[in-house]
Design a protein around this ligand. Structure first.
Ligand code: HEM
Length: 141
């Protein structure tokens, strides 16, 4: 990721922060609609899950300009996900749901540059998490 892309991701995420609850609802609705097979992995009550996801995304996004500070936590997160039944192939579909949510949440503020920056950010994070959890970055996008 270029420094400009880091800035674009941080600025666009800041715009979604005020609607983070609604964004998380949209994200999981979208995820379960494009990948219904992952729904049984999640708890019935998603209230806490939504908060945890948005809090973790905030930490990662804020840490993009000093990536080494978030990598240990991202590695541990990836390992915990193996225990939830998550496979490498699930990461791209989660990325697609995330980008879709940001696009809807930002409306006219969503630009091709921002899309590219988020694609790079999610690709970096998911590629790292996949390599930590499964040993190779086969589905890193
Ligand atoms: C960059 C990608 C991801 C981030 C930042 C993320 C974030 C989180 C966080 C913060 C939690 C709370 C529990 C914990 O910290 O261990 C969690 C749980 C979970 N995530 Fe993810 N996740 C990611 C990718 C995925 C993917 C690809 C899947 C596949 C469907 C997934 C499915 C789950 C499930 C099933 C749980 C456990 C729910 C439960 O039993 O409470 N996550 N995730």
């Amino acid at each position: 990721m270029t420094p400009d892309q880091v800035t674009l991701v941080q600025q666009s995420f800041a715009k979604v922060a005020p609607i983070s609850e609604a964004a998380a609802v949209m994200f999981y609705d979208r995820l379960f609609s494009i990948a219904p097979q992952v729904k049984p992995m999640f708890p019935a009550d998603m209230t806490e899950q939504r908060k945890k996801l948005m809090a973790t995304l905030a930490v990662v996004v804020n840490g993009l300009d000093r990536l080494e500070s978030v990598l240990p936590a991202a590695s541990a997160l990836a390992t915990r996900h193996v225990g939830y039944g998550v496979k490498a192939e699930h990461y791209p579909v989660v990325g697609a749901a995330l980008l879709w949510t940001l696009e809807k949440g930002l409306g006219e503020g969503w630009t091709p540059d921002i899309a590219e920056a988020w694609t790079a950010a999610y690709g970096t994070l998911s590629g790292f998490m996949i390599s930590q959890a499964y040993g190779s970055p086969q589905a890193a996008e």
